[in-house]
Design a protein around this ligand. Structure first.
Ligand code: PDD
Length: 285
C-alpha cells in the first residue's frame, strides 16, 4: 500500500512526490536529517531530535524550514495518515534547489523539506533476544560526524563489509579506538560494571538515545565513563550494546569474532533497555 509522504507543504502519495534534480541534497549531499522512533503511534525523544536538527542546521548555516511546533504537527499528521503504530519518521532538510555551484545559493533560497514514515518492528525483533554481531571496519568518514548530514556512503559501505563478513553491523575504528556504529552509538560495560562510551566531539554523532541512556544509567547508580575505548577493550568487555532511534538499547554479543560475556545479552544492558523503554513510553509525544 502506498504511503502518504510530505514534500514542501503537501501531503501526497509517495509515487507523486517530486524533488528537483537541482536540489543540493541530491547534487552535494547538502542536507541534514533526523529519524524519530514511533511507538504506539507516538514520537520518542522528539524535543531532543529537534535540538539536534537546529544545531545541525546552524553548523551548516542552513535555514530552518519550519518551527518546531509545525514540524511536530507534520510528524503527527504523517503518523495519523499512515496509521503508523511502530516504526519511525524520517525528516530531511536540504539547502534547496539552485544551479550546480560549490558556492551556496543566496540567502532566501527555499529549503526542501521531506518527511516519510517507515514501519518496522524492533520491539519484538530476534536481535533483542540474541544480540548483534559486529565487525571492526576503519572509520573513513569526514571530520564533522557531529552534524547529521545525509552523506552516508561510508557508513553504508561499512555495513556492507560487515554483512560480507557474516555480521550484523560494523563498529568504526580510528587510531585503534572505536568511534561508533554505522548508524548508532557504541557502548561497552567492563568487568567492574562500568559503562564506557566515547565522549562527545566532532568524531561521533551526539545520539539522542545515548544521552537518555547515560542519564538513566547514572540515575540507576552505574559508573559512566565518557572516554574513548580501544578495540582490545571492546573484545574484553563483559557486555556491549548500541543505542539509536530505531534500535533503542540493543545488545551486542559478538565483537570481531569474540563472544562477549556468555554470548547472551548482558543483564545491565537489558536493565538499561527496560529503563529506556519505560521512560520512552512515559514521555512520548
Ligand atoms: N542513526 N551515530 C550515528 C552515526 C547515527 O547515524 C545515529 C542515528 C546514531 C544514534 O543517534 P540517535 O540515538 O539520536 O538515533 C549514532 C539513525 C537512526 C539513522 O541514520 O537511521
Amino acid at each position: 500500500m502506498s504511503r502518504i509522504v510530505y514534500v514542501n507543504g503537501a501531503y501526497v502519495p509517495e509515487e507523486d512526490a517530486r524533488v528537483s534534480i537541482f536540489d543540493r541534497g541530491f547534487l552535494f549531499g547538502d542536507a541534514v536529517y533526523e529519524v524519530t522512533s514511533v511507538l504506539n503511534g507516538k514520537l520518542i525523544d522528539f524535543p531532543s531530535h529537534m535540538r539536534r536538527l537546529t544545531r545541525s542546521l546552524s553548523e551548516l548555516s542552513m535555514a530552518a524550514p519550519a518551527g518546531t511546533d509545525e514540524l511536530l504537527a507534520i510528524h503527527r499528521e504523517l503518523i495519523a495518515r499512515n496509521g503508523l503504530s511502530e516504526g519511525g519518521v524520517y525528516m530531511m532538510v536540504t539547502r534547496g534547489a539552485a544551479d550546480r555551484d560549490f558556492v551556496f545559493p543566496p540567502d532566501g533560497t527555499q529549503p526542501t523539506l521531506v518527511l516519510f514514515t517507515q514501519a518496522w518492528n524492533e520491539v519484538r525483533s530476534p536481535e533483542v533476544e540474541n544480540g548483534l554481531r559486529v565487525a571492526f571496519v576503519p572509520d573513513l568518514r569526514w571530520g564533522r560526524r557531529d552534524i547529521k548530514t545525509v552523506q552516508l556512503l561510508w557508513p553504508s559501505m561499512a555495513k556492507m563489509e560487515a554483512r560480507r563478513l557474516g555480521k550484523d553491523d560494523a563498529w568504526l575504528v580510528e587510531d585503534g579506538m572505536v568511534t561508533e556504529g554505522t548508524s548508532n552509538n557504541a557502548h561497552i560495560i567492563d568487568r567492574e560494571g562500568r559503562l564506557i562510551t566515547r565522549a562527545l566531539s566532532n568524531s561521533i554523532l551526539h545520539g539522542t538515545t545515548r544521552a537518555s541512556v547515560l542519564r538513566l544509567a547514572d540515575e540507576a547508580g552505574l559508573t559512566v565513563e565518557e572516554r574513548s575505548f580501544s578495540c582490545d577493550e571492546a573484545r574484553a568487555a563483559a557486555e556491549a550494546f548500541i543505542t539509536s532511534a530505531g534500535h533503542f538499547v540493543m545488545p551486542v554479543t559478538e565483537i570481531d569474532d569474540v563472544v562477549i560475556g556468555d554470548g547472551r545479552p548482558g543483564p545491565l544492558t537489558l536493565r538499561l533497555r527496560r529503563l529506556y523503554m519505560e521512560e520512552a513510553a512515559r514521555t512520548a509525544l
